[in-house]
Design a binder for this molecule. Sequence first.
Ligand SMILES: [Zn+2]
Length: 382
Amino acid sequence: MSSNDNHQICSRCISDATIPDIRFDERGVCNFCRIHDSLNEQFPLNDKGKQKLDQIVGKIQRDGQFRKYDCIVGVSGGTDSTFCLYMAKRLGLRPLAVHFDNGWDSEVSIANINNAIRILEVDLEWITVDFKEFSDIQRSFLKASVPDVEIPTDLAIHAVLHRVAAKNNVKWIINGMNFRTEGIQPLKWSYMDGRYVRSIQERYGHLPLVTYPNLTIRNMVDFSLIKGIKTLPLLAYMNYSKAETKDILRREVDWSDCGGHHFESLYTRFVITDLLWKKFGIDKRKIQLSAEVRSEKLTRDAALEILKTPPGGDAEVTEIVLGKIGFTEEEFREILSLPPKTFLDYPTSYPLIKALKWPIRLACSMNVIPKIFYEKYLGAQT
Ligand SMILES: [Zn+2]
């Protein structure tokens, strides 16, 4: 086994030793490449994969045949989620679109959502959180000095999709997760758990969680095991090209580009291009570019070339974000200088997840829990 000096880089993708919990095998290939290959087998882009998708679509239709909707699709206005909604309709499903509004949507993304649901004739449920409360949680995560500051949003999206599914008695949630283009985030950059959000808010926040849709492990067990709600990562079954997809969306649902990957939210833009790079030295493009290299959408050399230019922060975006969230420049400088931490420094349900490793593995093999959950929370750590 090779040692993890900080310069070692995977011989297949472009992930390097700056990524937490990365390990390299005797050929110098990283564990995230191994996870990619395992997901590639689970979601093959061949006739077998197509058959599997057809079967699931048939099951979704049967499960929802006497209901108004047979699936829930979360929409952000970005490429992936808009395409999921478009494809759900093309596959003959009857989706209910759900949007979680955390107060940071760009005008372009709101227009994209409205155009898509109008043209595709889909109903939309728009769920809002009190911005005073939500920005207090966002401030708490910044004060906690952890890199996964987008978890309050990501977790709330999962929560509202499950809640809306349960309320409407819908058994399926379609998401746009795609390991071939998005990659696999290391756990220490994206640990998602309601207890984590609660403990950080209790420690650093000023407001209680009232309108925030939290999602604990117990809630997840209830949604998946008791209510039988399942998730379909639709794009993982498709040979997906971002450029072609954007063209389809422009043509078919009057969609416009938000200007960058995950730039449909101003806060996300600030996090990716400024905070993570300046404070933690994290360049999230490594994850996405590695995925594209593994999927042969980009050569390794081209990806390495892109990385030579550091992620550029936009001073204007940072200023707007700090103003809106209620931090002065000085307070932000203080946050930048705090020693970096991870979810392991806070009370979470992670010890419980680890203790339930084998039951979780079993539930994944029975498709009760998405297999990617096991790979991310337990697979990379072994
Ligand atoms: Zn690799």
